[in-house]
Design a protein around this ligand. Sequence first.
Ligand SMILES: [Mn+2]
Length: 410
Amino acid sequence: MPEPIRILHFADLHIGMENYGRVDPETGLNLRVVDFLRRMDEVVDYAIAQEADAVLFAGDAFRTRTPNPTHQREFAQRIRRLSEAAIPTVLLVGNHDIPLMEQRASSVEIFSTLAVPHVIVADHPGLLRLETRHGLLQVATLPFPVYQRLLTREQYRHLNRDALDQAVSGALVDILGQLGAQCAPDIPTVLLGHFSVENAHWGSERNIMVGRDVTVPLSAIADPTWDYVALGHIHQHQNLNPAAFPPVVYSGSLERVDFGEEQQPKGFCWIVLERGRADWRYIELPARAFHTLRVDVRMEPEPLTAIRREVARHRLEGAVVRLIVVMTPDQEPQLRDAVLMPLLEGAFFAQINRDIDRAARDRLNGLDPDDLTPEHLLTRYLLTKGRVEAEIAPYLEEARAIFEEPESVA
Ligand SMILES: [Mn+2]
């Protein structure tokens, strides 16, 4: 019997996320970037200490497709540690890594250009055979789908958006079939992908996604051709095939990007793999905590006491904190930042949002927001931000695709 292969699967690093941070004078780096890099250190430490046979990164290394040289250096230093430990490491290309023009380089292509030992960049669909310390491992790679590459010019020009999504989804299913057919049947096999799977639970990031995002049906990937499906793209960790084989797993991101991820654990996956069998577990990392404190003081004779009470219920030390206070216009003068901020002392980052009773309805000219469609609300919002009607159409067009999404569970 061959010994099983031990694999570390992680995804969605997004180095360069700086919101809620500030510059650290010692390193010159934004402290939130330092958080993300610490998590990557923990991943690399774990892989080396546990003698991983392979590391599979499921895409989105940086926040943007043009990361700055400092962020590139920090990422490369950590990949170098895996390379020096002779751990085969696959870097899959996610949507945040893809150049706008096909001829240009992805943000991780430099590793293949320099032929960094043991590091493989996967920027197109394909089948890798990795020689690990515990034998061969097959890795089928499916990076983020680029419409222009998967469709013919004719299709791309003439199909409407729903038909386009259908066509791309169909193309991906075809590619999955072809990759599966190339696999040797007796070798442990992983599918490594960066895309959305039907019925996956989204956190808030769906709201900030722009552009197209095709969805692959779960039935197309929950196939025993694969012993484990390692996914990236959605930041919330989840197994989409919990009752059956193989596991279809989003490892999720390593750090919280915003308050939408407040409730999500953050970490990576460790898999002990044999042909026909995957024992895997989720390893949680000490990501920085996010806390939303919401206090409605409109009926409170002593609003400050009510706020103090809510603050005392949370551990704010080192956390990113937002305090939302629902108040009346009369209460506003006694609840200024100078009064509230000291209550949040010890937080890593604190922000105060005042939700003043009158404001929302005034901007809506007396209309009840509950009676308005999302399109109406977005239009009103853009108008109050000084946009003219003609500029609003493209926003609505993009937003409609989001509004039409079925209610997300997360
Ligand atoms: Mn992504």
